[in-house]
Write a protein that binds this ligand. Structure first.
Ligand code: NAP
Length: 320
């Protein structure tokens, strides 16, 4: 089968297609025939060895895919050959024509969704659900400010929050991104390239501020986020690309809670809870992943450039 194999850390061009053997699932594992692959920004950080975790070389990137179960190990009971699934995590890497996952890493993909949409679920919806409910303890009636709502995690967060009875204010940095966030159900959308956009948040919340802030670019926004956080609000740092100076007094004045998260710290129980909810939302039609761009697997280097460019519009998906 074809797979992307990285033999040295570096520029996008280190993502090279090779012919490799189809892996065999172990007793607790599942072999998934991959139909579509989700590209996440973290895969670019890993490729350049700038992430906190580094894989051993060579490796095949990727955690998110959708496809059809081809074979299961002897101890696997929750899925069988022929089932449509999406993955959140893999053992052998998802940038390939087939991937090995632990049974706990595959989840039912409702027939109403395309494989491309399924590839857009794992990390984005897992992250958004964990941030909203396991971290921020969001409740119906809360206002959530999603700082960066036009990308993979942001779109997921808007849909999940809206379906859960929260008031949603989202931001995007382009006209098409703003339209997208509005279409996903955000009550208000602001442009994070407008110099005065944060001044609009307090008037939009009757002066209270946001009960929950999901932050996709913490190194740019954190200090200013304290100004729009409600009393006893929860701010979740999801994305970060550098350092920032903050005034902790502003957080103290709000009795605010600042929480960081990395999906790789989620426990098996977290994953069970998160994906039980996500699978149900997908089946019920409340969650609808948005695929902005599809590219062939051989264009993985171009996808890694595109996923870091401004003007996010849902997910970039590779087709094997
Ligand atoms: P993405 O699809 O590339 O989306 C990035 C989002 O950030 C877009 O909405 C983009 O808007 C927005 N953005 C750009 N400049 C911004 C600014 N100044 N203020 C606020 N938002 C801004 O990425 P993603 O998959 O949604 O992931 C978002 C971030 O979270 C990435 O940094 C990713 O690495 C990280 N992440 C972390 C975890 C974790 O476990 N902690 C999990 C998943 C993702 P425009 O392009 O419209 O400007």
């Amino acid at each position: 089968m074809k797979a992307v194999v990285v033999r040295e850390f570096g520029a996008p061009e280190v993502l090279k297609i090779e012919e490799v053997p189809v892996p065999t699932p172990g007793p607790t594992q599942v072999l998934v025939r991959v139909k579509a692959i989700g590209v996440n920004p973290v895969e670019t950080y890993i490729r350049t060895a700038s992430y906190v975790k580094k894989p051993n070389l060579p490796y095949t990137p990727g955690t998110d895919a959708a496809g059809v179960v081809e074979a299961v190990g002897a101890n696997v009971t929750s899925v069988k050959a022929g089932d449509r699934v999406y993955t959140h995590g893999t053992v052998s890497g998802s940038y390939a024509e087939a991937t090995i996952c632990e049974e706990t890493q595959v989840h039912a993909l409702a027939s109403r969704l395309s494989f491309a949409q399924g590839a857009a679920v794992g990390v984005p919806y897992g992250t958004a659900w964990r941030a909203l409910f396991l971290k921020a303890q969001a409740r119906p009636g809360d206002t959530v400010f999603i700082h960066g709502a036009s990308g993979g995690v942001g779109v997921a967060a808007v849909q999940i929050a809206r379906a859960s009875g929260l008031r949603v204010i989202g931001t995007a940095g382009s006209d098409k991104g703003i339209a997208l966030v509005r279409e996903q159900g955000a009550h208000e959308v602001l442009n994070h390239r407008d110099p005065d956009y944060l001044a609009k948040v307090l008037p939009l919340t009757g002066g209270r501020g946001a009960d929950v802030i999901l932050e996709m670019l913490t190194n740019v926004n954190l200090d200013k986020d304290f100004d729009i956080l409600a009393l006893r609000g929860r701010l979740i740092a999801i994305g970060n690309r550098g350092r920032i100076e903050i005034d902790p007094g502003k957080l103290m004045t709000k009795d605010g809670i600042l929480l960081g998260m990395r999906m790789f710290n989620a426990t098996p129980e977290d994953h069970r809870v998160i994906h039980s909810a996500v699978v149900a939302g997908l089946e019920a039609g409340m969650l609808n992943p948005v695929v902005g761009r599809e590219m062939p697997l051989g264009d993985a280097p171009k996808a890694h450039v595109a996923v870091l460019e401004p003007g996010a519009y849902g997910k970039i998906v590779l087709n094997p």
